[in-house]
Design a protein around this ligand. Structure first.
Ligand SMILES: [Zn+2]
Length: 261
């Protein structure tokens, strides 16, 4: 399917653009219309008015749901207000995902995290690809949900520049597990803290052995090495990165309580 990239110089205002897109939010606006938020591959997050999208014979074939992925044709907003959805053709079936509660909750967490981490109209093709990949993965049978989600959190936060210092103490640079005492993580300080540097820092959480092993496995995976992220390690990393996300956003994600143990 041809991908038309967003290029202001080539497309005068008001010309329809075409993008691969995933629906992040869908709010009923009227009996027949929706306000929809999409993550597009090359135009970032867009909020669009979907006039008549809920009509069965509309250009979307009926109401657009969260997680729906396909080809979006839209007219970008001028300055204020919403852009306009022209057409949306769903191309990826999310049926198996929607019937598996654990994977579905994880998928909705991934949507929320992606949407909250990005500003509108700020293209992040890598984040689109990450979200696409995690949704595909979560739909597979017997998927290790915590490991898939921990990897997604890590990669997404890295991509938007919010991950923080994850391999050494932010205070003194000593390797995460090399210093004396317990290891902590502080969102306010932007990363790990060794047993010495953590003392004067009030805003921090403990990083246990499982979380440290999980972080090491994720760093190895990121460096292209084969790494196994065991379930307890993945869950510990999920908790740590969810805490970090909460601090960065200033509020907890709505889906956190369904996904983080
Ligand atoms: Zn230190």
């Amino acid at each position: 399917m041809p991908v038309v990239s967003r290029d202001a110089a080539r497309y005068p205002p008001g010309m329809p653009e075409r993008e691969p897109a995933i629906c992040l939010r869908a709010v009923d606006y009227s009996e027949t219309s929706q306000v929809l938020q999409f993550l597009t591959r090359n135009a970032g997050v867009l909020s669009l008015m979907g006039k008549g999208t809920k009509r069965p014979k509309s250009s979307t074939g009926g109401a657009v749901d969260l997680l729906a992925e396909g080809e979006l044709v839209f007219i970008a907003k001028k300055r204020e207000g919403l852009g306009v959805l022209v057409e949306f053709t769903e191309s990826v079936s999310r049926r198996s995902l929607r019937t598996h509660a654990v994977a579905l909750n994880a998928a909705l967490y991934a949507l929320e995290l992606a949407g909250e981490s990005l500003a509108e109209n700020d293209p992040h093709p890598d984040v689109f690809d990450l979200l696409h990949n995690v949704l595909v993965r979560l739909a597979e049978p017997n998927v290790p949900v915590p490991a898939v989600m921990a990897y997604f959190q890590w990669r997404l936060l890295r991509n938007v520049g919010l991950l923080g210092q994850m391999h050494a103490c932010t205070g003194c640079g000593v390797g995460a597990s090399g210093g004396p005492g317990r290891v902590y993580f502080s969102s306010a300080q932007g990363g790990l803290l060794c047993g010495v540097c953590e003392r004067p820092v009030a805003q921090k959480i403990r990083v246990d052995e499982q979380a440290l092993a999980g972080l090491a496995a994720l760093a190895a995976a990121e460096a292209g090495h084969k790494a196994n992220l065991a379930d307890p390690q993945a869950r510990a990393v999920l908790r740590l990165l969810d805490y970090h996300v909460t601090y960065q956003l200033g509020h907890r994600l709505r889906m956190s309580r369904h996904v983080i143990e």
